[in-house]
Design a protein around this ligand. Structure first.
Ligand code: NAI
Ligand code: MG
Length: 366
């Protein structure tokens, strides 16, 4: 197969939800002729237990070679006391950094069947489908100088928000390209009213738009106003592009418009490789959920939907991605749900495996 996939199940519920994804992947190979060369490896605490490091050099090298990496989740109480240098999340951070995954795609999609799980009114969220593109490798989380130091007899905490025009331009391009495949609208969010980096952000996004993406509708919004608009009427947006810090906040906010953590996929994309496919890491937004790990309670949908994103963005199989998303949607509409999606007294939750079974049954019927 010319489609290679590295699967890193990780810790906690990671391996449980990934088992269901593996079955979905196999289904696409068997029934749709979409074969994948799948390899599997360790990351996070599982890699630390086996090798004393949360990501070996060999795994890192493999991640650089494949078309896409699919990761479950890392971390858990067992590893909380470890030195920072070998903490499970360091494995994930190393992947993101060395693959230079600068565009973090966080869809906020609300399946009709789950609209009652939102903290907002049903009509505000039902059918919502927006995409937040967060710059992931620069900005205030990485800028130098930084530190906590003494100054004038007191402590000062310092971080630096710094963006180069190349960093802004590449994430803007990613957002415009995405918009062309969706609703053709981009809203760029910053605080150009009070931040120099915001002034440059707005300038560069405007320039990239004028030069190459004039067919896409572009608007600008201050990020704080954007937060208000996201909760007031989120359906006004299609693609939102924003920096690392604002993207962190706005994507978490948007995620909760849609209900459960167990439903949220994500993708992190980098520059195109020799074969034209972008460097890519797909993962659910949720963590390793130690409170339910090993009990068959985890919702595999976030991880399954992350694979759907891989189909669309790494393997040019948008129709198959939609087929998978619709299968998930029909499962939910039938009321087959893990505990995180049940608010009915006395209802029996489906197990992780039963959810996987139901998704595959819907794929079969599609
Ligand atoms: P979490 O996302 O693991 O869990 C938060 C809550 O949501 C828990 O009650 C959990 O049971 C529930 N939940 C999460 N995913 C679910 C699913 N698929 N189905 C049903 N319920 C689900 O976040 P938490 O508890 O803050 O972190 C637990 C561990 O995960 C920590 O070690 C943390 O560092 C790590 N973590 C890892 C991430 C990653 O690998 N990308 C992201 C976030 C946290
Ligand atoms: Mg966050």
């Amino acid at each position: 197969s010319d489609r290679s996939l590295l699967i890193l199940p990780g810790d906690g519920i990671g391996p449980e939800v990934m088992d269901e994804v593996q079955r979905v992947i196999a289904w696409f190979g068997d029934k749709r002729g979409l074969g994948f060369a799948v390899s599997e490896d360790l990351v996070g605490g599982a890699a630390y237990d086996a090798h004393g490091t949360p990501l070996t050099d060999a795994t890192m090298a493999r991640a650089q070679e494949v078309d896409a990496v699919l990761l479950g989740a890392v971390g858990g109480p067992k590893y909380d006391a470890l030195d920072f240098s070998v903490k499970p999340e360091r494995g994930l951070l190393r992947l993101r950094k060395e693959m230079d995954l600068f565009a973090n795609l966080r869809p906020a999609q609300c399946f009709d069947a789950l609209a009652d799980f939102s903290s907002l009114k049903r009509e505000v969220v039902a059918g919502l489908d927006i995409m937040i593109v967060r710059e992931l490798t620069s900005g205030v989380y990485f800028g130098e100088p930084r530190g906590v130091f003494e100054e004038g007899g007191q402590r000062v905490g310092l971080n630096t928000q710094r963006y180069t025009e190349a960093e802004i331009a590449r994430v803007a391009r990613a957002a415009f390209e995405l918009a062309r495949r969706r609703g053709n609208r981009v809203c760029s969010m910053e605080k150009a009213n009070v931040m120099e980096s915001g002034v440059l952000w707005r300038e560069v996004v405007t320039e990239v738009h004028a030069a190459d993406y004039a067919d896409v509708e572009l608007s600008h919004m201050y990020a704080d106003a954007g937060a208000m608009q996201l909760t007031r009427w989120p359906k006004q947006f299609d693609v939102i592009v924003t920096d690392n810090l604002f993207g962190d906040l706005l994507s978490d906010l948007a995620a909760m418009l849609t209900g459960s953590l167990g439903m949220l996929p994500s993708a992190s994309l980098g520059a195109p490789m020799a074969n034209g496919r972008p460097k890519a890491l797909y993962e659910p937004v949720h963590g390793s959920a130690p409170d339910i790990a090993g009990q068959g309670k985890a919702n595999p949908c976030a991880c399954i939907l992350s694979f759907a994103m891989a189909l669309r963005y790494s393997f040019d199989a948008g129709e198959e991605a939609t087929r998978l998303e619709q299968a998930v949607e029909r499962v939910l509409a039938k009321g087959i749900r893990t505990g995180d999606l049940l608010n009915v007294e006395g209802a029996t939750p489906a197990t992780t495996r039963e959810m996987g079974d139901a998704v595959i049954a819907e794929l079969e019927a599609s």
